[in-house]
Design a protein around this ligand. Sequence first.
Ligand code: C2O
Ligand code: CU
Length: 588
Amino acid sequence: MGTTCGLKIDPLYRYVRALVICFILLPCIQLSLGAKTRHLKWEVEYKYWSPDCIENIVMAINGQFPGPTIRAKVGDTISVELTNKLSTEGVVIHWHGIRQIGTPWADGTASISQCAINPGETFNYRFKVDKPGTYFYHGHLGMQRSAGLYGSLIVDLAEGEKEPFYYDGELNLLLSDWWHENTHDQEVGLFTNPFRWVGESQSLLINGRGQYNCSLAAKFSSNTSISQCKLRGTEQCAPKILHVLPNKTYRLRLASATSLASLNLAIGNHKMLVVEADGNYVQPFEVDDLDIYSGESYSVLLTTNQDPSNNYWLSIGVRGRLPQTPQGLTILNYHPNSASKLPISAPPVTPVWNDYNHSKAFTNKILALMGTPKPPINHDRRIILLNTQNKIDGYTKWALNNVSLVLPPTPYLGSIKYGLKNAFDQKNPPENFDSINYDVTKPPVNPNSTYGNGVYMLGFNTTVDVILQNANALSANVSEIHPWHLHGHDFWVLGYGDGKFSADKDEKKLNLKNPPLRNSAIIFPYGWTALRFVADNPGVWAFHCHIEPHLHMGMGVIFAEGVDRLSTIPNEGLTCGLTGKMFSGQKN
Ligand code: C2O
Ligand code: CU
């Protein structure tokens, strides 16, 4: 060293160069020292489990249900070596809310970003977490989320950064719903003529625990009910008690992995301050109860300022569908009370299931915190998606602009990158529906629709609007809630409205000032929701209703952008049926 191309380098130059290297590279080195790679080895298998005190089988990860919580810091790389130990099914895991910038092959969507991992195979998911927030992960093949394949994923701020709010402690609640009929039976029912719907769930679970027929709620005044519940089946269904100290502030992290249920959550006597939605900060607002739809996450601040000699109920109940599922319950246990001391007042009552005004009032309060990126003022393209329930050859389906999604066998990511023309329908799916003649308040005049697997090819870096238009289902006077979720991006929720979206009247009502950034948004019955996002993340991304049976019945579309900009796609992201360690070329 010391010479370059045989020329002598003057010592002063060397000194200056050393200084420059120190100043320029040091911060980078420090940054990468702070960021970690978190290596996890997971095995997925079925296990006997009693989520609601009734024994059943669940999809467990490393023998646990729900799966292990991942906790990481912004900038970290998560590396999950996932081995499929199921004997006859493939598996994939999707990291819900993580945008997978630069790693679209790690999105964990079967037939979209990768092949399903075959029994016996191992696949390594390796991706960066770039935004703090409350997220979760779940299976994304068939109905594996309903089968219990899910867990929490929490991303903390990088070292030295501060949240825009203060709290003393944290509690994490992953919400879900649970059926006694297994998902294979449910799937057969959904694909049968006459149609057999999955029905309402038997239980609601909080951190994978519920109490079927345990009448925890009905017997809230009896001091024996919790221990009765504990004795039913196993400890697996005993509620996870929330231990708190009086006069402190707790951050409750809430995420809903439900298959079907829209939920409302409330805590007896306590108010909550909403501060985060889907990994984005919102303008704080106070609520007595909060709606949370499948695919959504929130953080709320809870101050333990009530009579400390009591404990309090936390309850979740069903919204938007005539509830046939008892509330899910657990206890907020003020220290030093005994956790088995039952609250003196009854669990909070869930608002009436079809009180949509209550839900709309809540939803309209969600606005971006100052400093959140604002949407572009104009859009380059607007896709309007009519959500309908339809029939194909007598089978009941959900469709968008009359196309019901059926995923192709070859994953889109590879087939788009390498131009495999036969892998999926090359025609662009419809941008719109006949909005002049279609009456969204009535069942479809012609209920027939078609299967499709075409892709909305989005210009790279263009601004895309999606208007989700709800309509009447097949039966008269029925229009359902659908929580829509976008992979690979956050979108701005520009607004909600009733009836048919009209560019003339509704355009000027859209909120371009402080719309919340999210990855999930709902459409209310007979209403519309307007979303905007920038197609700036090379990859192929699902956009779908997060109600698992609805997605399974075709309620989704596929977006793709900038796939040609991906310099490579790891082989393992392209091929199916490869055994051995995936991405083994990559170190650390
Ligand atoms: Cu959490 Cu494609 O979904
Ligand atoms: Cu739906």
